[in-house]
Design a protein around this ligand. Sequence first.
Ligand SMILES: Nc1ncnc2c1ncn2[C@@H]1O[C@H](COP(=O)(O)OP(=O)(O)OP(=O)(O)O)[C@@H](O)[C@H]1O
Ligand code: SF4
Ligand SMILES: [Mg+2]
Length: 338
Amino acid sequence: MKPELASISNSRQDTQSLLSVRDLVVEYSIRQGSLRAVDGASLDVHPGELMAVVGESGCGKSTLAYSIIRHVPYPGEIKGGTILFDGQDVLGMDRKALRQFRWKEIAIVFQAAQNALNPVMRIADQMVDTVLDHEKQPREQIIQRASSLLEMVRLNPDRVLRSYPFELSGGMRQRVIIALSLLLNPRMLILDEPTTALDVVTQVYILDILADIRQDLGLAMMLLTHDIAIVARVADRVAVMYAGQIVEEGAINDIFYHPRHPYTYGLIQSAPSLIGDLTKKKPIEGAPPNFLNMPSGCRFHPRCAYATSVCREKEPVMEASDRWRVACHHWREIEMGE
Ligand SMILES: Nc1ncnc2c1ncn2[C@@H]1O[C@H](COP(=O)(O)OP(=O)(O)OP(=O)(O)O)[C@@H](O)[C@H]1O
Ligand code: SF4
Ligand SMILES: [Mg+2]
């Protein structure tokens, strides 16, 4: 039995949000045309909340993250929408305001950031430079804060501060980057695939550390990943992204055990890190669409076992209750897994 909707609306406005993204459109201008990597994405992150954004490679996760700090790489451009952080209009900020905003309000751990540490500088100097880039502080004070953050990510501060990046393992470097991103005490941390290059045990270890940090510092987090199972242990809510659009969103416990969108169900079935029987994992059939030649109607229809003619003809609208939202013509009827 499907639950009845208490109310349905297409655009939930959320006055409690720390971060509020509405109808975001981001395009890369490439030789073949305009590639719309994010197409009308809306989401909210509340203070202290951990929001996961999940989807296959190329669905637009990193582009979404870059947009939030207005750092979309060339030839990308934000074409529409609004981004509010604690009520401030991020897209309207001048250079000075943007500089304050990045790192001090929102910090980001970029995808593969563990490889971006300067190889010829000791970690201590990289910590000091990062802070001095933004504000004047005595070196001892910076080292003190760096030490306590390194302890928080379960590293030995004395050893690590003296080290060069090559002296640390991949997992340790990732933890250094997380500590570095927290130096200016941001209210929100965005982590783009923070565990992808690491072995499963280290992935779990880092997620536990993130959970501790969130509890100790009370900051909000947005965690972008292709692996819904790994975030199920730590996230409060999840937004599922397909071909530049958010197709489902809600509390992780609800979405993970009762997905309404067939793509979400596919992600859960194919999740590489689920503890359990590897032989039961089923990859989603077919490939993500070409952004320059999107399928008509529902973008997922060529890969969806439940697709009907309406799916091929009409784009589904987002339907929302006060706890979740989904964009699928048939979410009411389909019993996932049958
Ligand atoms: N600099 C760029 N120039 C042109 N196209 C780009 C650029 N960066 C990303 N894209 C395209 O935009 C789309 C979204 O890419 P994005 O990197 O945001 O996805 P992603 O979900 O982060 O993928 P992954 O999981 O592989 O990191 C893809 O089709 C990608 O090819
Ligand atoms: S709208 Fe149709 S094609 Fe798209 S996910 Fe739902 S059932 Fe599948
Ligand atoms: Mg990415």
